[in-house]
Design a protein around this ligand. Structure first.
Ligand code: NI
Length: 172
């Protein structure tokens, strides 16, 4: 058996993170393999969500796992869309593409998202709390949007300075 491989994570500054993604049109073995590799990579980091652009693929595809009651809850989001959103709440967010940085971001408190799952079946997902936050974060990635875009200018400038410092130290 071949060792399961992990995908390298693209970091802030990589143009693929800024590209608008293409809808997934083909449900084949290659897609299934990509999804599996994305889950492995996400769990290894560890993270609770990973969008395709973060592994260099400009596709409307993300995987998430916001555990509940200590149990894994892996979900595949193919061509997802926010159908409904309610409320607004601030919370701290990190991103595997901006390692070591945290941002206070306002998101809808509750969302309902439609998507297609790994079997090609339409699904509707809704929830609040960390789950809602995670869904919105990953959907942002699919539109080329990053957490750093959702904070006030002074915070963004501070983050850019932190990134420069990390790059110089070889931590980026
Ligand atoms: Ni992210």
């Amino acid at each position: 058996m071949k060792e399961p491989h992990l995908l390298p994570i693209r970091k802030y500054g990589d143009p693929v993170l800024r590209r608008k993604t293409k809808p997934v049109a083909v449900f084949d073995d290659e897609l299934r393999k990509t999804i599996q590799a994305m889950f492995r990579t996400m769990y290894a980091e560890p993270g609770i969500g990973l969008a395709a652009p973060q592994v260099g693929l400009s596709l409307r595809l993300a995987v998430v796992d916001v555990q509940s009651d200590g149990k894994n809850r892996p979900l595949v989001l193919i061509n997802p869309k926010i159908e409904e959103a309610r409320g607004g709440v601030y919370g701290m967010e990190g991103c595997l593409s901006l390692p070591g940085l945290m941002f206070n971001i306002r998101r809808a408190e509750w969302v309902r998202v439609s998507a297609i799952n790994e079997k090609g079946m339409p699904v509707s997902l809704s929830g609040d709390g960390l789950f809602a936050r995670c869904l919105q974060h990953e959907l942002d990635h699919l539109d080329g949007k990053l957490v750093i875009d959702r904070v006030p200018l002074h915070r963004r400038l501070k983050a850019l300075w932190e990134i420069r410092k990390r790059k110089k130290a070889g931590l980026w």
